[in-house]
Design a protein around this ligand. Structure first.
Ligand code: HEM
Length: 170
C-alpha cells in the first residue's frame, strides 16, 4: 500500500496536467483558432511560424503528463490489482474514462500534433520564400489540425466526466 501523501501528489500532478491540456484545447478552439482566421495572411503566417511549434510542444507535454501521471495514479489507487478494473462501479467507470483519454491522446499525437507540426514547418519555409498566391497547403493543414483539435476537446470532456464520476459516483 502506497502512502496517502504519494497518492495525493500524483492526483495533483494528474489533475493539473489534465486541466492544462483540456483548458488549452478549449482556449484554442474558442479564442485562438477563430482569432487566427481574422488575421491577415502575413500575420497568421508569422504567428504559425513563431508560435505553432511551441504550441504543439505544450499540448504534447501536458497530454503526455496527463496520461503518465494518470497511469501511475491508477496503479497505486487499485494497488496493482488490474482485475478490479473489470468490476462494476469504479472499475468500469475509470476504464471507460482512460480508454477515451487514450483515444484523445492518439488524436493529439497522430492527427492534431502532426498537422500543426507540418503547418509550423511550412510556415517557416513560406516566411523565407513568401508565396505568390494564398498558401493553400497551409490553410488545408490548419483546417485539418483544427478538426483534430475539435475531436480531441470533445473526447477530453467525455473522459473528464467519467474521471469525476469515478471519484464522485452519483
Ligand atoms: C490513461 C489515461 C488516464 C488514466 C489512467 C487516469 C487515471 C485516473 C485515476 C486513477 C484517477 C483517480 C480516480 C479516483 O481515485 O477517484 C483520475 C482522476 C481524474 N482524472 Fe484521470 N486518468 C486518465 C486520463 C484523464 C484525462 C484525459 C483527463 C482529462 C480530461 C483526466 C481527468 C481527471 C480528473 C479531473 C480526475 C479527478 C476526478 C475526481 O477526483 O473526482 N484523466 N484519473
Amino acid at each position: 500500500m502506497v502512502a496517502p501523501i504519494v497518492i495525493t501528489i500524483l492526483a495533483y500532478l494528474h489533475v493539473t496536467s489534465a486541466i492544462s491540456w483540456m483548458g488549452a484545447s478549449l482556449f484554442f478552439l474558442v479564442v485562438l483558432g477563430p482569432g487566427l482566421r481574422g488575421l491577415s495572411p502575413p500575420a497568421s503566417l508569422e504567428f504559425m511560424a513563431k508560435v505553432g511549434g511551441k504550441a504543439v510542444r505544450y499540448f504534447m507535454g501536458s497530454a503526455t503528463a496527463t496520461i503518465v501521471f494518470g497511469l501511475v495514479l491508477l496503479y497505486v489507487v487499485i494497488d496493482g490489482d488490474f482485475s478490479s478494473l473489470g468490476t462494476a462501479g469504479f472499475g468500469t467507470t475509470i476504464s471507460i474514462g482512460f480508454t477515451i483519454g487514450f483515444i484523445a491522446y492518439l488524436d493529439a499525437a497522430l492527427l492534431t500534433g502532426r498537422k500543426f507540426t507540418k503547418a509550423n514547418k511550412l510556415a517557416i519555409e513560406l516566411m523565407k520564400n513568401p508565396p505568390q498566391g494564398p498558401p493553400t497547403e497551409l490553410i488545408q493543414l490548419m483546417k485539418e489540425g483544427g478538426q483534430g483539435a475539435l475531436i480531441g476537446t470533445v473526447l477530453l470532456f467525455i473522459a473528464a466526466v467519467f474521471m469525476v464520476t469515478a471519484g464522485f459516483p452519483f
